[in-house]
Design a protein around this ligand. Structure first.
Ligand SMILES: *Cc1c(COP(=O)(O)O)cnc(C)c1O
Length: 354
């Protein structure tokens, strides 16, 4: 054989979302909202004006300006990425080498560990407690003892939906000689951001995405906010034209409409509160639901020993949610989608009890 894949990648398999057409998709934490007509027109005009024969702006200047104004951050501390996934991959792949340990938490977003393994970065896993909460003092101790080069986690957390207080995160940043990467993909639905604090610390990176609250998962647009030193390095290691012209145009059109963005967030929070309340009612009625976690995101995390069975039964009814071991993760949908999900969920729970 002339060529052998290296050990790190030879057994990897491509990411596989749930396949098939489902009537209701509550499996990927996407937004259920679509653009209103006037904004749709603005987006179409922006796309029409894009010069398709030219390379896009390598620094995504206009969309970064729109993002910076919307979130009140210094535009010189922002790097745009082809989804925040690209930025996670870049940071792990270029800020760490094969001796630099990266600490991840468990349970948390699985891509952190997968990217680290792909790039040969040693990963260690700090466990959460049985309530899926993070003991920050223990984490600080753990990092200081291990001499790790960095730690990455989502806050609020996907999949637990729990949030760590801002003051705890700041204490972590101040207490370790390591890079702290906080993925705030869901912080629009919670109120413990450390985005504002990036200017105070040189060892903090905050990641944001347009895929969740702003309903733009399709265009792949995310941002890393960090010190100028880190930003300079990130901009240098990224591929020059990582954010395409269409994405830049659409991102700018939507991010400059602050009122629309806030309205999306309010509507999604209303939907997830409704979903949480309805699932909690089922929790009171049916023993098979062991726990419903407090939600600070756009989804609800549920513990049940019957997770696999319920997941399969929901699929039969053309409703997709995310199945994870003893848990189900259900994204907030429209009023109608939530209601149909709840009806099917209750029907399945009833069937188990009979
Ligand atoms: C959805 C999600 C992202 C999203 O990333 P994009 O690549 O910007 O779509 C990042 N982090 C977490 C924890 C997520 O759940």
């Amino acid at each position: 054989m002339a060529y052998q894949l290296n050990d790190r990648i030879k057994n990897l398999t491509p990411y596989k979302p749930i396949e098939g057409d489902f009537k209701i998709r509550l499996d990927a934490n996407e937004s259920f909202l679509t653009l209103p007509e006037d904004l749709q027109t603005k987006v179409q005009n922006a796309v029409s004006a894009a010069k398709l024969n030219r390379y896009p702006d390598p620094y995504a200047t206009r969309v970064i300006k729109a993002f910076s104004e919307l979130y009140g951050v210094d535009k010189n501390m922002v790097t745009a990425g082809n989804g925040s996934d690209e930025l996670i991959q870049l940071i792990i792949g270029t800020f760490f080498d094969d001796k630099d340990e990266l600490v991840t938490l468990s349970d948390d977003f699985s891509m952190y560990r997968i990217y680290a393994e792909t790039y040969g970065v040693p990963v260690s896993v700090f466990p959460k407690n049985k309530n899926l909460e993070v003991n920050i003092d223990a984490l600080i101790d753990y990092i200081n003892k291990s001499g790790a080069k960095g730690v990455i986690f989502s806050n609020p957390c996907n999949p637990t939906s729990l949030v760590i207080d801002e003051r705890h995160i700041k204490r972590l940043v101040r207490s370790i000689n390591a890079l702290v990467i906080v993925d705030e993909a869901y912080m629009d639905f919670a109120d413990e951001p450390v985005l504002d604090n990036v200017k105070d610390y040189d060892n903090l990176i905050v990641l944001k995405t347009c895929s969740k609250a702003l309903g733009l998962a399709a265009i792949r647009l995310g941002f890393a906010v960090a010190s100028r030193q880190i930003t300079k390095a990130l901009r240098a290691v990224k591929s020059p034209y990582n954010v395409n012209a269409i994405t830049q145009a659409i991102g700018e059109a939507v991010l400059t409409d602050g009122e629309y963005c806030l309205d999306c967030i309010r509507k999604i929070i209303r939907s997830r509160d409704m979903l949480y309340n309805d699932i909690t009612k089922l929790y009171i009625k049916y023993d098979e639901i062991e726990k419903v976690y407090e939600t600070t995101t756009n989804f609800v995390f549920v513990k049940t020993p019957k997770a696999k069975y319920i997941f399969d039964e929901l699929l039969k009814r053309s409703i997709a949610v995310r199945y994870m071991g003893d848990y189900l993760r259900i994204s907030a949908g429209s009023k109608k989608e939530n209601a149909e999900f709840i009806e099917a969920f209750e029907d399945i729970l009833k069937g188990i009890e009979d």
